[in-house]
Design a protein around this ligand. Structure first.
Ligand SMILES: [Zn+2]
Length: 245
């Protein structure tokens, strides 16, 4: 169910301890010269809206802003600071707890949110006993592209999915590949060593990190299906897990 479409008495009646409340979160940030700022919010809302078949979930409105300071050099990017995002997510968790639900899932569409979401999930659990989980649907396809081995930001997969969901917002003629070399074995965008970085520090500084030049709608549809299946599986497992806690 879509929580904000209900009336308040309906929420009191239908949201209870077995309900899994899902908060989709994206970003409004640069996605190279070929994708719209809304890419992450659009994709995660697309995944969320296809989860209605999962039993007893309540979908919250998509949070279209996130922690995007790695892209703040680029106009159009809207940045919530770390402390602001922690505050917003904590307040959402407290509100969910007050309505009688015991389980909250952050459905995340933007990698820059990861660390904050993990921190808030732990804090909400300790503060309120709220069972809080973080699901990253893009993990269902990251590293699986044979066309774009990097596929990090505005690359093949992301561009294909936006072509599938909103083709009128994509400019394939402006898409170029940017495939920076990994600086070391452990150090790099996908290395095991964590580091602070901004998206213009890699390769040509276009903001794209990957190769979107062969992206297509059909691939986007397949990736979307994979993400929805993965997210539905995760939420089903979460509901079962939470019921034993
Ligand atoms: Zn993105």
């Amino acid at each position: 169910m879509i929580l904000s479409n209900l009336t308040a008495p309906e929420v009191a009646e239908r949201v209870g301890p077995s309900t899994v409340v899902v908060q989709p979160i994206g970003a409004t940030e640069q996605h190279g010269p070929h994708l719209p700022l809304c890419a992450d919010a659009l994709v995660i809302e697309g995944v969320a809206s296809r989860l209605e078949q999962v039993a007893d979930i309540a979908l919250l409105p998509t949070l279209a802003y996130g922690k995007s300071n790695e892209h703040e050099w680029c106009p159009g990017t809207i940045v919530l600071s770390t402390t602001t995002l922690i505050g917003v997510l904590t307040d959402i968790g407290r509100s969910v707890h007050r309505m009688g639900a015991r389980t909250l899932v952050f459905l995340n569409g933007h990698g820059g949110n990861n660390a904050v979401l993990s921190t808030v999930a732990r804090d909400l659990h300790v503060e309120l006993g709220l069972f809080t989980y973080v699901v990253h649907p893009f993990l269902a396809y990251v590293g699986t592209s044979t066309i774009d081995p990097l596929d990090f930001h505005a690359g093949h997969s992301e561009t294909s999915v936006v072509m599938h969901l909103a083709p009128h917002l994509v400019h394939p003629d402006r898409a170029t590949a940017n495939m920076p070399d990994a600086p070391g074995r452990h150090v790099g965008l996908e290395g095991t060593v964590d580091m602070g970085w901004t998206s213009r520090e890699f390769g040509d500084g276009s903001g794209t990190i990957g190769d979107p030049t062969a992206a297509g709608e059909a691939d986007g549809e397949k990736i979307m299906d994979q993400m929805v299946r993965y997210a539905a599986d995760c939420i089903t497992e979460i509901a079962a897990h939470a019921s034993t806690r």
